[in-house]
Design a protein around this ligand. Structure first.
Ligand code: ADP
Ligand code: MG
Length: 308
């Protein structure tokens, strides 16, 4: 069992990182919002992908890895309802196979950068006698309606999710479409109170949103949209578990007033499916309403990096 995990480390760093009023949103959300004179601020997010943890080059083409390295960051800018603008790329290349890898990897990254109108503006390249590590810092700008944080959920809100969840390791974790346009369209159509992208898994990410908002959530088991990538031969309970805990869905979890929720479901401003999967409660803690009405704690699954 690992001595520590990423979240306890991040909490310590967060406590120590005293910031000035230039930092409008700091550690604890999907992206930071930095004040820049004469603008509404700039969104900043960074994700690091490591060979053997986030991808396996025996299975995945380097192009797909390069695409994913930018796509996961696009998903974080989407989660703030921002528009991505420019990326800075850090590469640590294995000395024995770096040349071929780098060309293919960047091909995949350039493709998705063009698709989302992102400028590649810089980076750094190192080598090592080890595994491939790709780090992407992505900048973005808030839309006219400002950013949507994790911390804005209110008791009585509806909890909505885009798309369907679970089974992403069948391949979708590399090919997913970041919900940038969807987030902007939802934000333009309704007053989104809180939003997060599903990277660690619904069970884990719902907790992050609830904790940052100081509220609780009840998820309706029957309403959770299960992706067709989840093995159909599993029991209903096991399939639900996959949707809650697999992670890397990169869909959006958001909360809105009941009134806005009804409106969005009646006339969705996006093509991908939008479902109501629960509601926000004043009582802290995340729970699940099982088929038949029994209420239990939300499973604690989901991906966490642990270390000694
Ligand atoms: P996400 O899954 O949306 O990428 P993370 O769980 O990686 O978010 O990070 C949660 C928050 O902690 C973010 O605000 C992120 O910027 C911050 N964070 C993560 N690692 C570090 C670190 N080593 N130093 C400072 N902040 C960090
Ligand atoms: Mg995120």
């Amino acid at each position: 069992m690992a001595q520590r995990d990423e979240f306890s480390l991040i909490e310590d760093i967060r406590r120590r990182a005293v910031v000035s009023d230039r930092t409008l949103v700091g550690i604890g959300d999907d992206a930071a919002l930095l004040s820049v004179t004469g603008t509404d601020g700039v969104l900043v997010t960074l994700d690091v992908l490591t060979e053997g943890v986030h991808f396996d080059l025996e299975v995945s083409r380097p192009q797909a890895v390069g695409r994913k390295a930018l796509a996961v960051n696009l998903s974080d800018i989407a989660a703030m309802a921002g528009r991505p603008t420019a990326a800075v790329v850090g590469l640590v290349l294995p000395r024995d196979r770096g040349a071929r890898l780098a060309d293919s990897l960047m091909e995949g990254m350039f493709d998705i950068a063009a698709e989302f109108g992102v400028d590649l503006i810089g980076g750094d390249t190192n080598t090592c006698d080890g595994l491939l590590v790709v780090s992407v810092t992505l900048l973005g700008e808030p839309s006219e309606r400002g950013v949507v944080k994790r911390s804005g959920a209110r008791a009585g809100d509806w909890v909505l999710v885009t798309g369907a969840l679970g089974g992403s390791f069948q391949g979708r974790h590399l090919t997913f479409q970041p919900r940038v346009q969807e987030a902007l369209a939802l934000h333009a159509a309704a007053d989104l109170h809180a939003m997060i992208d599903l990277s660690d898994g619904l069970a884990s990410d719902a907790r992050h949103l609830a904790r940052e908002s100081g509220v609780g959530l009840i998820i309706d088991a029957r309403a959770v949209p299960i992706h067709e990538d989840v093995d159909g031969s599993l029991t209903d309970e096991a399939r639900l578990e996959r949707a809650l805990c697999d992670g890397e869905d990169f869909e959006l979890l958001l909360t809105v007033s009941e009134e806005d929720g009804r409106r969005l479901l009646e006339r969705p401003p996006i093509e991908i499916h939008l479902s109501q999967i629960g509601e926000v409660t004043g009582e802290p803690g995340c729970r699940i309403r099982r088929d038949g009405g029994r209420i239990e704690p939300l499973p604690t699954g989901g991906w966490v990096h642990g270390f000694d």
